[in-house]
Design a protein. Structure first.
Length: 335
């Protein structure tokens, strides 16, 4: 009985009350049915120790390593600093999660935690293999970087270039206190977000899109925009462009209604005309002005003509159903 219960059934069955009621009549009262939590807790600790030993052995075979760390808060409001080691071949490994819940996350405290014995894989015994330490521009982690470089002078102190690129993307697309929004990006971003937001809130439409994509060569669906990873808008816009044929087919067949309350203001689109003749309904798509920015995949906005929409629907509000109407888009470029 013990062998059968330990090796054969899935935890989904063992967690069911049936297992306990089945064991009792079998004169197995001394046997405790395995518990998922107990098993996972014990095995996870063992496997974690083994994995860290293997990771440490592997890291010690490299030189010119880069140490990086970043803070985030869990849903339970735990303050956690994730730490990664990156090789010169650009392979990154998560090596530690420093929990500082209820503790002031000062630069000294973070540095102290990084150099403790349980994180010896990072610095204490392998510091000679590190060449650089990077982080974002928060004050406490900047101080931590400085402390590390003071203790091990050969390690270079460097701001995280990925973080800086994301900040640059943010300033370009959504603006900042110092730099205003760029109008050429505002409407395309809004349009792309309307589509992805609609599908994220509609299970039926998501299923229809998934089934429709089965006939496409590329079956990847829509992806979301990371709130703190502004450059991921490129992936989001690219996914809308990639799925546009499937979305158009669903829209034309009436399977996708776009009955969302999300709306955008076309008054801003008027301003994008920049002096063009708004009565010319054959004016070229405004997106052509930014079509040479492939990193943002603005082609998802091709065909949306501000003068044409303003003349036909007025300058106030227009919902996404109007924006996706076939007469407002030149879908031939997506064929």
């Amino acid at each position: 009985m013990r062998s059968s219960f330990n090796c054969l059934p899935a935890f989904a069955l063992l967690d069911n009350g049936f297992s306990s009621t089945f064991v009792m009549p079998c004169n197995c009262s001394s046997y405790s049915v395995p518990d998922r939590s107990s098993f996972v807790t014990s095995r996870l600790a063992i496997e974690t120790t083994y994995a860290m030993e293997q990771l440490q052995a592997m890291v010690q075979s490299f030189i010119h390593l880069t140490l990086s760390f970043d803070g985030w808060s869990s849903r339970r409001k735990d303050e956690i600093y994730t730490t990664h080691v990156t090789t010169s071949a650009c392979l990154s490994y998560l090596v530690a999660g420093i929990i500082l819940t209820g503790i002031s996350a000062t630069g000294d405290k973070i540095c102290e935690e990084l150099t403790k014995v349980r994180y010896s894989i990072l610095l204490e015994y392998t510091a000679v293999r590190f060449s650089m330490v990077v982080s974002d521009t928060t004050g406490n982690v900047k101080k931590c970087r400085a402390l590390i470089c003071t203790k091990w002078p050969w390690i270079l102190n460097c701001p995280d270039p990925c973080h800086q690129l994301n900040l640059l993307a943010k300033e370009i697309m959504v603006g900042s206190k110092e730099f205003p929004k760029i109008k050429g990006f505002t409407e395309p971003m809004k349009f792309v977000s309307l589509i992805t937001t609609f599908f994220s809130h509609s299970n039926d439409s998501t299923i229809y899109l998934r089934d429709e994509l089965k006939t496409e060569e590329d079956r990847r669906s829509l992806v979301a925009f990371g709130e703190t990873r502004f450059s991921t808008f490129a992936n989001q816009a690219s996914s809308v462009s990639r799925c546009f044929n499937a979305i158009q087919s669903l829209f034309e067949r009436g399977q996708v209604k776009f009955d969302t309350k999300a709306q955008f203001n076309t008054a801003e689109v008027e301003d994008m005309a920049d002096g063009e003749d708004e009565t010319d309904i054959d004016a070229p798509p405004l997106v052509q002005r930014v079509a040479n920015l492939p990193v943002l995949e603005i082609e998802t906005y091709i065909g949306l003509k501000a003068p044409k929409l303003t003349q036909r629907f007025g300058p106030k509000q227009m919902d996404i159903r109007t924006a996706l109407s076939p007469q407002n888009f030149d879908f031939s470029r997506h064929r």
